[in-house]
Design a protein around this ligand. Structure first.
Ligand code: PLP
Length: 450
């Protein structure tokens, strides 16, 4: 029964990013099965999953070709490593396919099992790159406040989540941060486009303050996801690119959320306008059916590491896990056969944007933002003054609770409500999601007036 699950859960399972005691009091919601874009909990409630699990189930639940690929590969060769100068066919084939769908500078991949491991790999790889080039002083990697790059020591250090830095002695040395390109909060009286340039120039200021000869790389998500779907102005990434080029700083695009079609191209850097040297990925590569991640290594870095680097002392038991790679191959095949990425770019993304823009009429909504199949609604106290609620009110959590009760999973980041639904949704399902969102905004407003 649900009560039995909850009791065992609270006795033994420490959930990520969770106040353990608070959850034990409340009891976890037990999710038992899923199909397409819907989940069912242990009480039989149907829930529309507007977060694709955790930004990952891009092809939706229950795709038989992914299940079959895992089964076949497990029967043939469930696991073998890539340490002993060995490789398995699915890992080789996936490396080839990733090179095909990535921007042309990417012909090599280093596999991990998660996005955090991918970003840890980046830290070691870019420092190794500069070492090999005889510039060991280039150690510093610049990230952004409110960015999220994972939970390992290096991943959480690259990220700019203050709550994470407050625990466990982070950031590790030689990581620095600049402010995020969040127009609604920081844009003042500037237009979005002007602000995009201003925000990018914070990188130049930081590079000059640290000394360009000490800066190894800059890392950012094309669209900040966990930070609240912060879609930067169109001027931002091209200016970041110009600055990185000017000072020779490596550019790393964290594509863990934005990769594999989410923004309407295979990778977010293509939508937002940068040409990175490295890209990290995870989540959507296997639609979350099985853990897999990695780093796409661009020509500039690959050439140095391959031709002059010698042994790179880094790797994971599961780097190139054959079953994970087989599932990823089936996932990418499905995305290609169903032309999903183009549909997001030309049809579903613009439709989601149009439907989200309609929410601007709502008295609680200060702004809406969207990019491909990810979108955000900023809840505010005073629309005209761009004045937010007192954080203690936890209006986002209030709204999230209404969503949960009404059969919708929407995430709250402070008072910003976000979605990143599966890419295989229909327009009718977008309408269904929007009706639920509207209802939950109304319920939140009514609660605030009580
Ligand atoms: N990078 C980004 C942009 C993410 O959103 C996440 C996870 O949400 C990560 C990295 C970390 O990935 P993982 O949880 O697979 O370690």
């Amino acid at each position: 029964s649900t009560a039995e699950w909850q009791s065992a859960d609270s006795r033994h399972f420490l959930h990520p990013f969770t106040d353990f005691k608070g959850l034990a009091k409340k009891g976890a919601r037990i999710i038992e099965r899923a199909e397409n874009i819907y989940l069912w909990d242990s009480e039989g409630h149907k829930i529309l999953d507007a977060m694709s699990g955790l930004w990952c189930v891009n092809v939706g639940y229950g795709q038989q070709s992914l299940i079959d690929a895992a089964t076949r590969q497990m029967q043939e060769l469930p696991f073998y490593n890539a340490f002993f100068q060995t490789a398995t066919p699915p890992a080789i084939e996936l490396a080839e396919v990733l090179a095909e769908i990535s921007p042309p500078q990417f012909q090599h991949v280093f596999f991990t099992s998660s996005g955090s491991e991918g970003n840890d790999t980046v830290v070691r790889m870019v420092r190794r790159y500069w070492d090999v080039l005889g510039q060991p002083a280039r150690q510093i990697i610049i990230g952004r406040n409110n960015g999220y790059h994972g939970s390992t020591m290096a991943g959480a250090s690259l990220g700019g989540m203050s709550g994470m830095h407050a625990q466990g002695g982070l950031p590790i040395p030689n990581i620095s941060h600049i402010e995020q390109p969040h127009w609604f909060e920081l844009g003042g009286t500037q237009s979005r486009e002007e602000f995009g340039i201003t925000a990018a120039r914070w990188l130049e200021d930081k590079i000059l303050a640290l000394g360009p000869e000490r800066v190894a790389a800059f890392i950012g998500e094309p669209v900040q996801g966990a930070g609240g779907v912060i879609v930067p102005p169109s001027t931002y990434w091209p200016e970041i690119q110009r600055i990185c080029d000017k000072y020779g700083v490596l550019l790393v695009s964290d594509e863990v959320i934005c990769g594999f079609g989410r923004t309407g191209n295979w990778f977010g850097c293509e939508t937002l306008g940068s040409k990175p040297d490295l890209m990290t990925f995870a989540k959507g590569v296997s639609s979350g059916y099985i853990p897999l991640g990695g780093v796409m290594v661009g020509e500039r870095v690959a050439k140095v590491l391959i031709e002059q680097g010698g042994e790179f002392n880094h790797g994971f038991t599961y780097s190139g896990h054959p079953t994970a790679c087989a599932v990823a191959l089936a996932n990418i095949k499905l995305l290609r056969e169903q032309d999903v990425v183009r549909k997001v770019r030309e049809d579903l993304g613009p439709y989601l944007a149009q439907r989200f823009a309609e929410l601007n009429e709502h008295p609680l909504v200060g702004e809406t933002q969207s990019c491909g199949m990810m979108a955000a609604v900023q809840l505010v106290k005073d629309k005209a003054a761009r004045q937010c609620f007192d954080g203690a009110l936890e209006v986002g959590m209030m709204c999230r609770a209404h969503c949960f009760a009404n059969g919708l999973i929407m995430r709250a980041v402070g008072d910003r409500m976000i979605v990143a639904p599966p890419l295989v949704m229909t327009r009718a399902q977008i309408d269904e999601m929007m009706a639920l969102i509207k209802r939950c905004l109304d319920l939140t407003l009514a609660q605030l007036k009580e």
